[in-house]
Write a protein that binds this ligand. Structure first.
Ligand SMILES: Cc1cc2nc3c(=O)[nH]c(=O)nc-3n(C[C@H](O)[C@H](O)[C@H](O)COP(=O)(O)OP(=O)(O)OC[C@H]3O[C@@H](n4cnc5c(N)ncnc54)[C@H](O)[C@@H]3O)c2cc1C
Length: 514
């Protein structure tokens, strides 16, 4: 079959062992070996690929297409036993920069795009911690977020339209074309408006499931493809809306000796509308002290339980300082120490304490480590303290320590369990840990994922967030757009706890840290 495939497309087709090993991994704890990797040269190749795979599927061959940008996903989203379609390589260019928009190919690196937009004083302010090395296609497919989502929102907010190759090999432009699949889906969803309204999590960030509520609200099919993790089609072009970059920004740091005081600070800081409100916990602080001592100069001698980072932006320094004043008073009242910076290099150095966390946890050596089974749950902001307490209890019950950091202003944390992964009994507890966490988050009416998306990690447990009736609607959506199940199978629909356990890696030999 691989030989036939090579005849069909102009781009590269690889199935040597080293390539397959490399593409068996992403940023997650999962490992899945593909059959082949294709680097398409453009739209024509993508169409031929889809037609080829559909044909094979009709003949009963278990083959599929899973898109991949830079493979930094934290859920196993770009992993598959089928064919991997890698966009970075040939399809990674800027096509046009306009007054307030940019047209790009999906393999483009977000950080590189930001540099180009900055020349015109513009940006797409999503800012994921992986921005320097992840692709915009991956960001759209995951509805990625970042430190400034609090003020500026996730990727969804900046996508104007998409060009997508559908399962019949047709190409659509979501800003122009009316497609029968969208009409068909809308008819079904309209009959379930109340269900969708009731069971879509009431959170400020959500990347879980299909965005049925957004599609219904806007009648724009673009909304459905965003965050669908490549399960409904291959994105081959993106038009982003860009906005003017603020002239100045500054950050206040509060060092807290208790979670409850930090929680109170968050509730009081939020009405001041910071552009970012972030945190790192004491485990991360200890890791920074050990692994990145040059960053530790800004950490107080008395190790805090939690550091809060509160950023404000504005047209100039005066605007930022005016916003600092009430926020500083709150920090001084509740934190045992307060720091601040408005200009580089101090400002960059302070932010580094937060921004390096995602990378620092991957640098732990030895058998006991923060494993990349990274929770990314979001709960309603008024359930923040309850969520923190219940998380702590669940991890204690399982006998695991954890490291946590992230977007406290959106009640969206990244939490990694710390355990000895070499011990089979420890590994075997992970599926139940995931179930306990998602059950608790579902009870709080939160979402399993605020930005990382579902992948292998949360697809099997979507019913805990949404309830079974919504999961059935997701299945309908998938069936309408991808009746032969050729796009990224099992993600979003059909993944079981057995897949979760089967794909869980056994060791970290083939894992690359970013
Ligand atoms: C150190 C580190 C820090 C991170 N920090 C953040 C963070 O702050 N915020 C955040 O949201 N995430 C973060 N992530 C997760 C990850 O970087 C993001 O999800 C990122 O957007 C993925 O981009 P990628 O190019 O690596 O996509 P990949 O991992 O290659 O793919 C991601 C998903 O998108 C699909 N996909 C990719 N391209 C296409 C396409 N053209 N058409 C259809 N589907 C496609 C894939 O099938 C897959 O399901 C972090 C990861 C790491 C390792």
């Amino acid at each position: 079959m691989i030989e036939e495939l090579k005849k069909v497309i102009k781009g590269e087709v690889k199935d040597d062992e080293a390539t397959l090993q490399h593409y068996s991994a992403d940023g997650s704890i999962f490992e899945v070996k593909p059959k082949a990797v294709v680097l398409p040269q453009g739209q024509e190749d993508l169409i031929e690929l889809v037609k080829f795979v559909s044909q094979q599927r009709k003949m009963g061959n278990e083959i599929s297409l899973t898109a991949r940008g830079k493979g930094t996903d934290l859920t196993g989203g770009p992993l598959s036993e089928g064919i991997i379609v890698r966009f970075s390589g040939y399809m990674d260019k800027i096509l046009e920069i306009g007054e307030d928009y940019v047209r790009v190919e999906p393999g483009m690196i977000y950080g590189e795009l930001q540099k180009e937009l900055a020349k015109k004083g513009h940006w797409i302010p999503v800012n994921p911690a992986s921005g320097a090395f992840c692709s915009v296609g991956g960001m759209v497919a995951n509805n990625s977020g970042g430190t400034r989502a609090l003020k500026y929102g996730n990727t969804r907010k900046y996508v104007k339209s998409l060009k997508v190759i559908l399962s019949d090999g047709s190409e659509i432009d979501t800003s122009k074309d009316r497609i029968p699949q969208a009409d068909q889906l809308r008819l079904i969803l309209e009959q379930h408006r109340d269900l969708i309204q009731a069971y879509t999590p009431h959170v400020t960030k959500n990347s879980s499931g299909y965005a049925l509520a957004d599609f219904l609200a806007t009648n724009d099919i673009t909304q459905l493809f965003i965050g669908s993790q490549g399960t409904l089609g291959l994105i081959q072009g993106i038009t982003f809306h860009t906005i003017a970059k603020p002239g100045e920004e500054g950050v206040l740091l509060g060092y807290f000796d208790s979670l409850s005081k930090a929680g109170e600070a968050v509730q009081r800081l939020l009405p001041l509308k910071p552009s970012a409100l972030e945190m790192v916990d004491k485990h991360i602080i200890d890791l920074i002290k050990t692994l990145e001592p040059e960053l530790a100069q800004d950490i107080s001698e008395r190790t805090p339980e939690i550091i809060l980072f509160c950023e404000f932006d504005g047209a100039n320094e005066e605007e930022v300082l005016a916003q600092f004043a009430p926020a500083r008073r709150i920090m001084q009242e509740l934190a045992f120490q307060v720091g601040e910076a408005i200009k580089p290099p101090q400002e960059d150095r302070l932010w580094k304490l937060r921004n390096e966390s995602a990378k620092i946890v991957t640098h732990m050596k030895g058998n006991v480590r923060a494993v990349p089974l990274e929770f990314d749950c979001t709960v309603p902001v008024n359930s923040l303290l309850q969520y923190i307490e219940m998380t702590d209890k669940i991890f204690k019950d399982f006998g695991f320590e954890y490291a946590s950091w992230g977007h406290i202003g959106d009640a969206n944390f990244h939490i990694r369990p710390i355990l000895n992964f070499e011990i089979q009994e420890e590994r075997a507890k992970l599926a139940n840990l995931v179930i306990a966490m998602y059950e608790m988050v579902g009870q709080l009416r939160g979402s399993a994922t605020g930005e990382h998306n579902d992948g292998i990690m949360s697809t099997p447990f979507l019913y805990l967030t949404y309830g079974q009736d919504m999961v059935d609607l997701f299945r309908e959506a998938k069936k309408i757009f991808d009746p032969l199940d050729i796009f990224n199978p099992f993600k979003k629909v059909g993944m079981t706890v057995d897949h979760f356990n089967r794909f869980l890696r056994k060791d970290f030999k083939n894992y690359y840290s970013f």
